[in-house]
Design a protein around this ligand. Structure first.
Ligand SMILES: Cc1cc2nc3c(=O)[nH]c(=O)nc-3n(C[C@H](O)[C@H](O)[C@H](O)COP(=O)(O)O)c2cc1C
Ligand code: SF4
Ligand code: SF4
Length: 260
């Protein structure tokens, strides 16, 4: 199988999925690398076609054991043509549930051939005490080793059309979707607009940065993390308690899991 280009594709409101996908792409060696960031609405609205001589490294974060709720929107304008793809989910050291299976299924639906999948731990975007600073040096070594395994597999693939589907962890029916937790701003807001600029679904308007369109918000945490004054937060007491409790639930270090 001939690969002429590696393309990293990701949706990454807080930047760790981007970091992971790019590390895998870099590990592929001397290929030309193209990067497609699907985090903004504008980018997801562009129609994109991929050919079978390029390898996609496709990464999404895990939200409550599933892909982010806008996943249909992510795949709407993406079309392969027997394009080889690596499915990657990033998660905050708790569980990735059915997200990797869901990503694999979506890629196949978009006419990609999934040659491998991986679940890789990243710092938890809703509680930075969980998996702090991951992916770290230990992860980097495992990611580099994983990229080498993919290269080896590619070398041995005669034609993409005859390749058998890989198995990844996950179950049918997928885990039920949980309600999004919606952050709002308070009077610490200095109207800098950073939350609006970084929101991946345009759920914050310039007319009032403290409000959030709850029909659009996916609870990604990006506006909370970029706010320089701590004005934006999820204010649901039950959820705050759950996120704190996660420090205990997810304290044991998990390592990269890959399927090849
Ligand atoms: C709404 C929401 C739900 C999440 N659910 C999970 C989960 O089920 N398991 C887990 O380990 N991490 C979970 N996380 C953590 C993210 O998967 C993790 O921080 C991811 O790396 C974020 O990617 P990003 O930096 O590209 O935005 C969740 C984060 C958010 C915002
Ligand atoms: S990032 Fe914070 S301070 Fe800036 S506009 Fe948004 S809520 Fe206000
Ligand atoms: S408003 Fe919702 S979707 Fe937008 S950045 Fe904040 S948490 Fe993410």
């Amino acid at each position: 199988m001939i690969i002429n280009r590696v393309t990293s594709v990701y949706f990454s409101p807080n930047g760790t999925t981007k970091e992971i996908v790019n590390k895998v792409a870099k590990g592929m060696g001397d290929y030309e690398i193209q990067e497609i960031d699907l985090t903004s609405v504008e980018s997801r609205n562009i129609k994109r076609n991929f050919e079978k001589d390029e390898l996609l490294i496709f990464g999404l974060p895990v939200y409550s054991d599933r892909l982010p709720g806008l996943s249909n929107d992510i795949f709407e304008n993406i079309k392969g043509n027997n394009t080889p793809a690596i499915a990657i989910v990033s998660y905050g050291n708790r569980e990735y549930g059915d997200a990797l299976l869901e990503l694999k299924d979506n890629l196949i639906e978009a006419d990609m051939r999934v040659i491998s999948g991986a679940a890789i731990v990243a710092e938890h975007c809703l509680n930075k005490n969980i998996a702090t600073s991951r992916p770290d040096e230990r992860d980097d070594l495992k990611i580099a080793d994983y990229a080498n395994r993919i290269k080896e597999k590619i070398k041995n693939i005669q034609t993409i059309e005859t390749l058998e589907d890989i198995h990844v962890k996950g179950n049918y029916p997928y885990h039920p979707i949980k309600a999004n937790q919606i952050p709002t701003g308070d009077d610490k807001c200095i109207e800098c607009g950073l939350c609006k600029t970084n929101c991946p679904v345009n759920a914050i308007r310039e007319s009032n940065y403290r409000l959030t369109d709850s029909d659009l918000c996916i609870g990604c945490g990006s506006c909370i993390n970029v706010c320089p004054t701590g004005a934006r937060a999820i204010r649901n007491e039950g959820f705050i308690h759950f996120i704190k409790k996660l420090e205990e639930i997810a304290k044991e270090r998990k390592e990269i899991e890959f399927f090849i």
